[in-house]
Design a binder for this molecule. Sequence first.
Ligand SMILES: [Fe+2]
Ligand SMILES: [Fe+2]
Length: 193
Amino acid sequence: MTVALACIQMDHHSFASVLTCLQAELREVAHMHRKPNFRLIEQILTYIGEFLDTYHHPKEDEYLFRLLRQREPGMVDTLNDLRGDHHRGKGMLKDLWLHLADWKRGGPNAAAAFMGSYEAYHAFEREHVRTEERVVLPRATAALTPADWLEVNAAFLKDRDPLFDSQATEHFALLRAEIDRLSPPPYGRGEAA
Ligand SMILES: [Fe+2]
Ligand SMILES: [Fe+2]
């Protein structure tokens, strides 16, 4: 497996862990009738935005998808749809911030609106990742040349997941503690799935 493929799969795994953290927080709020941890929810939404916009999507759009389009013209429609998903997800995240602001203000039905929107967003992102893993990565493995992989690998190695960069301890402390609490080893102290 190339470095880039391993990085993409690691990205998808850590993204899934973060999405699960927010799902767990919302389920606890809904089922145990406790107050939401708004700081944690804000950290999660901030992280998702930074992770997708500045770290993960540019490497897919500008390197992996671009080169796969050239090598496999039959993949163009799928890749256009996936790039469209990146924009659509950004809009859904923006809506989540609006619902969160309303929830913090105590708006009527705001908690239910946030939870409903998050459920839709979570399902949407899971489906997106599933298509990349089941369709795009196998086709890229078969079609990209060694020179293509050098280019894609270099892109994936140039920076770090914002959850682990030098400012992360401060910015995402609650989120990291929550991942540690919920994720099974080797990522955290939670129970194995
Ligand atoms: Fe993607
Ligand atoms: Fe992805």
